[in-house]
Design a protein around this ligand. Structure first.
Ligand SMILES: [Zn+2]
Ligand SMILES: [Zn+2]
Length: 288
């Protein structure tokens, strides 16, 4: 029997799996309607990827936890579905927290705080970014390796998306998680770089907004398909391609069908749902 030391765990929790806009309602109860927010626990390190509407509940949970953990919040990009939860992410306002906020697509003549201030300023929102007392803002260039904390470096990549987006690769204790969202396949150079980037990963969270059959209507919108996720996983030796950034029109039944079809092509395929917890490593398991 293999005993897994919890300090070596690499654990991923989905707090929001939807793209574009929150989609509450009777047809999205099982997979969830909150927009993108991932929590990754890498041994003692807490990483958060994106602050979509799902970040509100993550923030509440972080506030309830007995131990306050320093955290790194990594933005993939600044489209609304990925940042709209920031003004409602309560740890960001509290000096009890130490949150380093990072992004790889800040214009050279601007700052990350200025980018976020476009959302958090009148007339869009009454509370300014200066109220985010738990946060420090950092920047990098997508494609660089970023040293977040002593002992924790993440690799990053430039994805194919209007205005750019950053993919992340987190490795810890023998496990690996990569995120490829938001991203559109079809640029040969970027596709080849993405295939190298995700090579051999345990878990690949992938922008599966569309199906191949409907993609033709959305060329250039910056998203990919579940079939491309599965094909990439095959090519790059990814163990678990995870369909993510679900189209707001996708119902629970639609996603069940995609899960079934995807598993028929790749036994490790998973469709992300809110609340799902995955452990990466020698024997990735669904923890919840
Ligand atoms: Zn998006
Ligand atoms: Zn986007």
């Amino acid at each position: 029997m293999t005993v897994i030391d919890p300090r070596d765990d690499l654990r991923l929790t989905f707090w929001g799996v939807r793209g574009s806009i929150p989609t509450p309602g009777e047809h999205t109860l099982r997979y969830g309607g909150e927009t993108t927010c991932l929590e990754i626990q890498a041994g003692p390190h807490l990483l958060i990827i994106d602050c979509g509407s799902g970040a509100r509940r993550l923030g509440w949970h972080m506030d309830q936890r007995r131990q306050v953990q320093p955290a790194d919040l990594l933005f993939t990009h600044f489209h609304l579905d990925h940042i709209c939860g920031l003004p409602f992410f309560c740890p960001a306002y509290s000096e009890r927290f130490d949150i380093k906020v990072w992004a790889g697509h800040v214009p050279r003549d601007g700052s990350l705080e200025e980018m976020l201030a476009r959302l958090m300023s009148p007339p869009l929102f009454p509370v300014p970014t200066t109220a985010l007392r738990g946060c420090q803002f950092r920047r990098f260039t997508a494609g660089e390796a970023v040293g977040l904390r002593p002992g924790l470096t993440v690799k990053t990549i430039q994805l194919n998306h209007p205005g750019g987006a950053t993919g992340y690769r987190i490795e810890w204790g023998g496990g690996s998680i990569v995120t490829v969202t938001d991203h559109e396949h079809g640029n040969p150079e970027i596709d080849a770089a993405v295939a190298r980037f995700v090579e051999g990963a345990d878990i690949m969270v992938y922008d599966a907004t569309y199906r191949d059959e409907e993609y033709g209507r959305y060329v250039g919108w910056g998203h990919s398909t579940w079939q491309k996720a599965v094909a990439l996983a095959d090519k790059a030796g990814v163990r678990h391609p995870v369909m993510f950034h679900h189209d707001p029109c996708r119902t629970d039944d639609d996603l069940d069908r995609i899960a079934e079809q995807a598993r028929a092509r790749h036994p490790g395929a998973i469709v992300a749902r809110q609340g799902l917890e995955l452990v990466a490593g020698a024997a990735p398991v669904e923890a919840g």
